[in-house]
Structures are given as structure tokens and as C-alpha cells.
Ligand binder design. Structure first.
Ligand code: SDX
Length: 424
């Protein structure tokens, strides 16, 4: 039921009435679906002002730097909830009580192993393959092992697919890393928490079972929480679009992983570290800031700017606090952190960045923490994908659970008009 009405007046045509809806938070939306029947399309490359769906999962206020998951501020979840609690919240809409949490943790633990055959998939890749290339492949291939539960219209199949994906992503991520360094892949351990288990599979070997540093496990868990969901970003929109064709959830998440890989999106965390490496020293910052401002130079300051946030990304603030905690716990004096903070200080006072509201985003500090934990740069986006899996699957499930149509945008065509093939 429309809350208000809009009227589109186009020269030489009768006014077109369009319904306007209000959400619980955020801007009103103009329902333009009727324009097709009036002979018009809307035009919004990059979806700068387009709502692709109705959703109850995550709300972002870009002006105020607010991020809510099912109404809970990200700052509170990062401080008080663990990652599996956040997964439960995203999937089911409410925080779990103690009994529900215990049951959910145990269910996830019972699905962390992958089919032994999946190991052979890795052998087709070079050892130096980019980890995201392997993740795209093996996650998409997971559907080959679950023929018994791919009916997307069956809520139980949707639920077990969500469990399997959340449970197996850390196992697959660690397998990708072990494959790249030629070490044996580690099996998950049911006596460890989600993030302890991930660090165990990443850094332990069959020869030694080193205890997991609880500070690092907590930092890893918080990094997963901070990446868990973010409304209709590029990779989540990719998952929804793939899902709208009826594709199975493993294929949809593989599509999301592929979209996340780009340096403008989830690939930015890896790109930030490489940029800091390239800058090298505080004395070079001005040169790189100038490059970032130069319209003829494609270089952008990685980890800065955001389509939605025109204020501080709330996740970046928590990430920076976590960075300080981890580095002081480990007694690391990372010159790249100093460099990053100096870069942030300069960028935040430079009129070019101030006028464009370019603030540090979630990717700016995450790489420094991941490096301190011992995770190699090329694995950073795999970590992002692991953290974002509950968000992707929650949006997929929300779409499939309600009436939906296949996503099929139109276009403004400016190509050749019809012409005949020349007679020989
Ligand atoms: C993520 O959508 C999400 O929610 C994503 C994400 C999530 O959790 O899913 O938050 C995760 O992807 C974070 C963003 C990570 N990407 C980067 O850090 C890469 C660097 N940032 C830019 O590529 C850019 O800021 C984007 C892609 C993030 C946003 O691009 P927009 O919204 O299309 O903005 P724009 O490119 O139109 O920029 C507006 C202006 C332009 O200048 P003018 O044409 O106005 O003169 O700002 C400039 C841009 O050139 N600009 C930058 C810049 N980002 C924007 N200039 C230099 N350095 C930058 N980083």
C-alpha cells in the first residue's frame, strides 16, 4: 500500500502517477515498475539511487555512519557478540538465547569438514594460483556434493545449505592457504571455537598443535563480525541476481566471491597493503595523494571512499581499535600502521578528500591486523569472503523466501538502428 504519491511529468505526455513507499528507516522509495507499461525505463548506471529489493537484514545511514544488523549497531555486535551469534542474527532476525546459541554452534561444528574428494580439486591449480581463484572454483563445486538438498523452495534445504556454507568457508579458506605453501591441509577440530578453529587450520601442522593465542582468535572473530553483511553491496547484489534465476546457493555464493574479488570492492584490503608497500615511506605520501587526485591517473587511494558512507565507516573505527589491541598484544611496532595513520591524517585534511567525503572504509586497517595475525596479503579477500558468507546467504534466503522475479534490467540503447545485410 503506497504511503504517498509521486507524479512524473514528461513534456508532451500525460502525467504518470507513481506510488511512494516509506520503510522503517531510510529514504522513501518511488515505485517505478509501472513506467515500463507507459513506454519508459529508468536510467541509473551503477545503481546510484536504485533500491533493488525490500529487505529487513541490514540498514546503513551513510550520512551518519550508522550500520545496523537487524537493528543492532555494528559497534555493539563487535563488542558483545561473536561471529556465530551474528550469523544467527542475520539468518533468523533475532539474537539467539543461550540454548539456541549452543545448538547453533554445535550444528556449525558438525559441518566444518568438506568431502574428501574436494581435496583433489586443488591439484588442478598451480601452487601460486591466487587464493580467490581457487575459492571461486571450490565453493561453486560444493553443489556437486549435495544433490540431496538443492531444492531452493524447501526451507530445510535452504537452512542446511546456509549451515554448510558458513561452516565450510573457513575450512576451504585454510585449505587454499595450506595448498599455496605446500603444507598438509588441516582438519577442523570440534573442541575449538569458530575463529580458533580457523587459525588452527591455517597455522598448525600435523606435527605440532600449538595453542591458539586468544587475543588473535578474538581479533579474527571480530574481523569476521565486521565483514558479515553490508546491505545491497556489489557482491550481495550479485548473489541476489544469481539467486533470482533459481541457481543453487553454492553457485550464488561463488558468484558473490567473484564479484567481491575486484579492488573496488573486497579486493581493496589486499590493495591497501600493496599500496602501503608501494608508498614505502611517509616522505612519499604527498606524491601518492597527488596521483589519487589526478583525473588522468587511474590510481585511487585504496581503503578510502565508499558509495554509501559519506562519513566514517563505523567498521573502520572498530577495525582501528582492534588494530591497536592486536599490535600492542603482540608487541609489534608496524611501520605500515604509522604510514596508514599518517596517510589518513593527510587525506582527511586535504580539500579534495574532504569535499568528496572520502573517509577510510572497512578495508583500510583490516590488512594491518591480518598481517599481524600472520595471514598473507593474497589471503585477505578470502578472509573478507569468509566473513561475508552469512550476509550473502541471509540475503539469498530472504529473497527466495518471498515472492520474487528474475532480475532482468533494461538499457538505454544508443547503438545502430536496424539496417540490412549488404547484398553481395
Ligand atoms: C567495500 O558497497 C559496499 O558496501 C562495499 C563494502 C562492503 O562491505 O560490501 O563496504 C566493501 O567495497 C569498501 C570499498 C573498498 N574499495 C576501496 O577502498 C577502493 C577505493 N575506493 C574507490 O574505488 C571508491 O571510493 C568506491 C568504489 C569505494 C566508491 O566509488 P563511487 O561511489 O562510485 O564514487 P566515485 O568513484 O564516483 O567517487 C566520487 C569522487 C570521484 O571524483 P570526482 O569524479 O567527483 O572528481 O571521489 C573520487 C572519484 O574519483 N574518489 C577517489 C577515491 N574514491 C572516490 N579519489 C581517490 N581515491 C579514492 N579512493
Amino acid at each position: 500500500m503506497a504511503d504517498k504519491k509521486a507524479q512524473l511529468i514528461i513534456e508532451g505526455a500525460a502525467p504518470i502517477d507513481l506510488p511512494v513507499y516509506s520503510g522503517t528507516l531510510g529514504p522513501d522509495v518511488v515505485d517505478v515498475r509501472g513506467l515500463g507499461g507507459e513506454g519508459y525505463f529508468t536510467f541509473d548506471p551503477g545503481f546510484m539511487a536504485t533500491s533493488s529489493c525490500e529487505s529487513k537484514i541490514t540498514f546503513i545511514d551513510g550520512e551518519k555512519g550508522v550500520l545496523l544488523h537487524r537493528g543492532y549497531p555494528i559497534e555493539q555486535l563487535a563488542e558483545k557478540a561473536d561471529f556465530l551469534e551474528t550469523c544467527y542474527l542475520l539468518l533468523k532476525g533475532e539474537l539467539p538465547n543461550a540454548e539456541e546459541k549452543t545448538r547453533f554452534d554445535s550444528t556449525i561444528k558438525n559441518h566444518t569438514m568438506v568431502h574428501e574428494q574436494l581435496k583433489t580439486f586443488f591439484n588442478g591449480f598451480r601452487r601460486d594460483a591466487h587464493p580467490m581463484a581457487i575459492m571461486c572454483g571450490v565453493v561453486g563445486a560444493l553443489s556437486a556434493f549435495y544433490h540431496d538438498s538443492l531444492d531452493i523452495n524447501d526451507p530445510h534445504h535452504r537452512e542446511i545449505s546456509a549451515i554448510r556454507l558458513i561452516a565450510k568457508m573457513p575450512t576451504l579458506a585454510a585449505m587454499v592457504y595450506k595448498y599455496s605453501i605446500g603444507q598438509p591441509m588441516m582438519y577442523p577440530r570440534n573442541n575449538l571455537s569458530y575463529s580458533e578453529n580457523f587459525l588452527h587450520m591455517m597455522f598448525n601442522t600435523p606435527c605440532e598443535d600449538k595453542p591458539i593465542n586468544p587475543v588473535l582468535a578474538k581479533a579474527m572473530d571480530r574481523i569476521f563480525v565486521l565483514h558479515a553483511d553490508h546491505e545491497q553491496n556489489a557482491s550481495t547484489s550479485t548473489v541476489r541476481l544469481a539467486g533470482s534465476s533459481g541457481a543453487n546457493p553454492f553457485a550464488c555464493i561463488a558468484a558473490g566471491i567473484a564479484a567481491l574479488w575486484g579492488p573496488a570492492h573486497g579486493g581493496a584490503n589486499e590493495a591497501v597493503l600493496r599500496m602501503l608497500d608501494e608508498i614505502g615511506d611517509v616522505s612519499n605520501i604527498d606524491k601518492f595523494v597527488a596521483k589519487a587526485k589526478d583525473k588522468n591517473d587511474p590510481f585511487k587511494l585504496m581503503g578510502f571512499g565508499h558509495r554509501v558512507y559519506k562519513n566514517f565507516d563505523p567498521r573502520a573505527k572498530v577495525m582501528k581499535q582492534t588494530c591497536d589491541e592486536v599490535l600492542s598484544e603482540l608487541g609489534i611496532d608496524d611501520p605500515q600502521l604509522e604510514l596508514a595513520m599518517k596517510l589518513e591524517e593527510i587525506a582527511r585534511t586535504d580539500p579534495y578528500f574532504v569535499e568528496r567525503n572520502l573517509y577510510p572504509n572497512v578495508d583500510f586497517y583490516s590488512g594491518i591486523i591480518l598481517k599481524a595475525i600472520g595471514i598473507p596479503t593474497e589471503m585477505f579477500t578470502v578472509i573478507f569472503a569468509t566473513g561475508r558468507t552469512p550476509g550473502w546467504i541471509a540475503h539469498w534466503n530472504e529473497m527466495i523466501s518471498m515472492p520474487y522475479k528474475i532480475g532482468r534490467p533494461r538499457q538505454l540503447y544508443t547503438g545502430a538502428t536496424q539496417r540490412d545485410y549488404p547484398s553481395k
